[in-house]
Design a protein around this ligand. Sequence first.
Ligand SMILES: C[S@@+](CC[C@H](N)C(=O)[O-])C[C@H]1O[C@@H](n2cnc3c(N)ncnc32)[C@H](O)[C@@H]1O
Length: 288
Amino acid sequence: MDIGSENSGGLDCFKAELSEKDFQVFSRYIYSEYGIKMPPIKRIMLQGRLLKRIRELRMNSYSEYKDYFFSKEGQEKELLHFLNVVTTNKTDFFREPVHFIFLNETVLPEFRRDSGNQPLKVWSAGCSSGEEPYTISIVLNEFERANPLFKFEILGTDISTQMLEKAARGVYAMNKVATIPLEIKKRYFLKSKDPHNQTSRVHPLLQKNIRLSYLNLMDATYGIQETFDIVFCRNVLIYFDRPTQERVISKLCMHLKKGGYFFIGHSESLSGMDLPLEHIKPTIFRKK
Ligand SMILES: C[S@@+](CC[C@H](N)C(=O)[O-])C[C@H]1O[C@@H](n2cnc3c(N)ncnc32)[C@H](O)[C@@H]1O
């Protein structure tokens, strides 16, 4: 495959293959530092994802990129770009809607009854481009409309700075917001005045109580002093192996209040793990 010929950047001697050996070096690194499994079957996927970066950097081969990446300069300048390309960030508004129904019908009334005037604190761990924390914010804003004394704070964290920037912008393609009920959309999303601009911006109301920040769930400690009433860690654990999942959830539980709720994705399971959580419903747990 002659990539150079279709690229005016003059990468004529581009070596278009990520060798097994170089793949293994990246794969071991991604797993040990970020917990993300990268089995041999993902080599072509990684090769494809790194190609854009290699072109941007006007490099000639994957091995040149690898040497740069692991150099001191590469670790300082390239790491965040690398994380942006290796992470899988699929997400949606109201993804797995049973969680938001449970939040609204069970968790919030319970919280109003028991909490005094404390703010409800929610953590969206692995928040990707923001659809999850903004969905939580919609549910909590709606609850606040009916309960004016109710207060809340949401923390969204991820390792992809590109996704965190997208979350902070809060601007989404129309097809991303298409399935949100009309009444909610009218209240919490702003259409562009330009008819050619097919995007929708979240209303400042949805952003006012959200903090977004870089956090690697593999870090030994999270540098977070507070504890949360609810942790969402959905569709993140699937990229980790079971021992890593158990370690990460144990650490997340240290930041969950007693009686606090923990939500995982529908294709994830905690069965057989030694965790301070009791099972409430499929994918919904509570700290003992
Ligand atoms: C598939 S998205 C899930 C987004 C959202 N939670 C949902 O369920 O729609 C997974 C996210 O986890 C993030 N992620 C992967 N490994 C991580 C790690 N070690 N620490 C923090 N976030 C991580 C990815 O960057 C990605 O944005």
